[in-house]
Design a protein around this ligand. Structure first.
Ligand code: TLP
Length: 352
């Protein structure tokens, strides 16, 4: 029985075209700024996102950390959604290393942060008792909010409020191309208004490694130094950038297939007694669903039982599980996964 791995789109392997491009990549020492493949990727990414310059980093976590280090000084405050990946899953790096305090504001169910919430959280800069609100962090698509998307208008509203108070806006756009494809807008519409944006090559875009941080030339010049300080100055990493260039050419449009598969998956899960999800709330490739503890059992036991039945899923929170569609999951795999999940849930319900 072939295992169906729905834990994350991070498990995707490079395509044959990427592997060929990696083998043939022209490289140089990127700490000297001399890797032609990295320079090409950075320029291409910045242009696509409507920003001046780009910087290849080792991961989404490193990009987010470097952005926090670049914008914030010790004792500043960063405002972000209560479900932000930067808050939940990045080992408190921005607080530990940038020394900035995190202030949480509500995320709506679709991941959006209302401009009014940001306005309400911004501090009075003239008051010596309070930290300076230096940075507002957005996330699009929103991981813990079922891959929800913020529109260009949602983004602009937050940017206006932040800028009026002198705060910068960082966008964790790990899956920003998923958002652009779902909204059918050029990706720059979602990224040109923020002060910096990071996107991941190594998630749905199928690259083996890497993220690109984009912003103004001045921001990237500073970020480049922080990246070096945290050990992210790589040398002949053009082999990675070469895969990134192929990804930008070949991996974006196909994300619509992942989104259609995620909706198909959610519709099937919604039909299984003991599982709850609203298929209409799924717009990209992440499906978070609730498991009824009384009917089916503890979420972690369900994950273990699904694993035995050849379906890998991840834990989201309490009784919520997460499935992510990606390049290695076809609509046939979705149907097979649903039939296995149905069998597992029925078995657990019978013994519960
Ligand atoms: N997310 C991973 C896990 O950490 C949960 C995943 O499987 O979804 N921002 C967002 C919105 C992310 O989803 C992730 C990774 C990151 C940043 C960090 O990226 P990496 O893993 O490259 O450090």
């Amino acid at each position: 029985m072939a295992v169906i791995d729905l834990r994350s789109d991070t498990i995707t392997h490079p395509t044959d075209e990427m592997r060929r491009a990696m083998a043939d990549a022209e490289v140089g020492d990127d700490v000297f700024g001399e890797d032609p493949s990295i320079n090409a990727l950075q320029e291409r990414a910045a242009e696509l996102l409507g920003q001046e310059a780009g910087l290849l980093t080792a991961s989404g976590t490193m990009s987010n950390l470097v952005a926090a280090l670049t914008w914030c000084s010790r004792g500043d405050e960063m405002i972000m959604g209560q479900e932000a990946h930067m808050f939940w899953n990045e080992s408190a790096g921005p607080s530990a290393l940038a020394g900035a305090q995190v202030r949480l504001v509500p995320n709506e169910a679709n991941g959006r942060i209302a401009a009014e919430s940001v306005a309400g959280a911004i501090r009075d800069a003239s008051n010596i008792h309070v930290p300076a609100s230096t940075l507002v962090c957005l996330e699009n698509t929103h991981n813990r909010c079922s891959g929800g998307v913020m529109t260009p208008q949602d983004t602009r509203e937050v940017v206006e409020v932040a800028h009026a108070a002198g705060a910068a806006v960082h966008l964790d756009g790990a899956r920003i191309f998923n958002a652009a494809v779902a909204l059918e807008v050029p990706v720059a519409e979602l990224t040109k208004d923020v002060d910096d944006v990071s996107f991941c090559l190594s998630k749905a875009l199928s690259c083996p490694v890497g993220s690109v941080l984009c912003g103004s030339q001045e921001f990237i010049t500073k970020a480049r130094k922080w990246r070096k300080m945290v050990g992210g100055g790589m040398r002949q990493a053009g082999v990675l950038a070469a895969a990134g260039l192929v990804a930008l050419d070949t991996m974006v449009e196909r994300l619509a297939d992942d989104h259609a598969n995620a909706r198909r998956l959610a519709a099937g899960l919604a039909d299984i007694d003991g599982l709850t999800v609203d298929p209409d709330s799924i717009h990209t490739n992440i499906v978070i669903f609730e498991v009824d503890r009384d009917k089916v059992g503890d979420a972690r036991e369900v994950i273990a039982a699904l694993r035995e039945d050849g379906v890998l899923v991840s834990h989201s929170r309490e009784q919520s599980l997460r499935m992510v569609t990606h390049r290695h999951i076809s609509s046939t795999d979705v149907d097979e996964a649903l039939s296995r999940v149905n069998g597992t849930v029925r078995r657990l319900a019978a013994t519960n």
